[in-house]
Design a binder for this molecule. Structure first.
Ligand code: PDD
Length: 285
């Protein structure tokens, strides 16, 4: 296997990612006690940077992790150090290191801050943009604060792995017959030219691309509703697409093996993707 030449920053120490040793007492290791962000980099610039940093602040404050300095300089320095043109940044902040005790009450902990960035050798969703993707539905077995970008992703990993086992790309979570989101993305449905995405609530992550697209699709003249949708509305939709930093927007052409839009990529899904890519390009110029 090729060695990583990715430089990471761990508590400001710069080290090759594959040589990085994290403390065994990091609460991220024992409890998944931390939050994270994933940013897409286009031509060396992180896209929707402020939106990601705002969400990171919200996640930190929601789980009472305090004392995290502004990370902008470290993120930009890491992108430059790894010579990332097209690629991504991952950052993870745990509550800190301490002997394994559940409660952190009265513990004086210093957050552990990991940042690394990686170039993409291939565009991560170009191929899927041409073919469309397939999905399964899956019971939303997650906790009640999915709006926090917590590193606790076991239900998401289980659901996406089951999707892959069944030959699909993604798992779309359903809670009490309502669509929430994908295992690592937000979900949009189209019916009779009306676009619907589940409203912000503790049951979904407020996706940066979700927010970007609700605004820019409206500006483009589309009727976009932030409303709940049932599982049968999902099956009956004219189009379904998913959104995330890395996947941008991708059409879902079958769900639970039932074709959507006759198994073809629809025009609104294409337009959603175009809006993200055009904005990424135009902000660089
Ligand atoms: N995931 N919902 C979930 C559960 C997610 O994990 C993600 C992103 C999104 C979309 O958020 P955004 O548009 O801000 O990327 C929605 C990232 C990419 C990940 O975990 O790798």
């Amino acid at each position: 296997m090729a060695a990583f030449t990715t430089f990471a920053s761990f508590n400001k120490e710069i080290i090759l990612l594959d040589e990085l040793k994290v403390p065994i007492n990091d609460r991220a290791f024992f409890f998944g006690d931390g939050v994270y962000e994933v940013l897409r980099v286009y031509q060396g610039q992180p896209f929707l940077f402020d939106e990601h940093m705002e969400r990171l602040k919200r996640s930190l404050s929601a789980v009472n992790i305090h004392g995290v300095p502004d990370l902008t300089k470290d993120i930009l320095a890491n992108i430059a150090l790894n010579d990332v043109g097209e690629g991504m940044v991952y950052m993870q902040i745990s509550r800190g290191s301490a002997p394994r005790v559940h409660s952190f009450h009265n513990a004086s902990l210093t957050p552990n801050i990991l940042i690394y960035s990686k170039p993409f050798h291939e565009h991560p969703s170009d191929h899927e943009a041409k073919t469309g993707i397939t999905a399964i539905t899956h019971d939303d077995i997650r906790w009640g604060r999915c709006d926090i970008k917590s590193i606790n992703l076991l239900p998401n990993c289980l659901a996406q792995s089951l999707a892959h086992e069944k030959g699909a790309h993604e798992a779309i979570f359903i809670r009490n017959d309502k669509v929430t989101e994908g295992s690592s993305c937000n979900v949009f449905l189209v019916k009779n030219n009306v676009i619907k995405t589940p409203p912000l609530s503790p049951q979904i992550l407020p996706g940066t691309r979700r927010q970007f697209l609700t605004h820019s699709l409206r500006a483009d003249g589309f009727h976009v509703l932030e409303e709940t949708a049932t599982k049968s509305e999902l099956y009956d939709a004219d189009e379904v697409f998913i959104t995330s930093s890395i996947k941008e927007a991708l059409a879902v052409i079958a769900i639970d093996q039932k074709p959507i839009n006759g198994g073809q990529i629809g025009d609104i899904s294409k337009r959603a993707r175009e809006l993200i890519l055009d904005a990424a390009k135009s902000r660089l110029n």
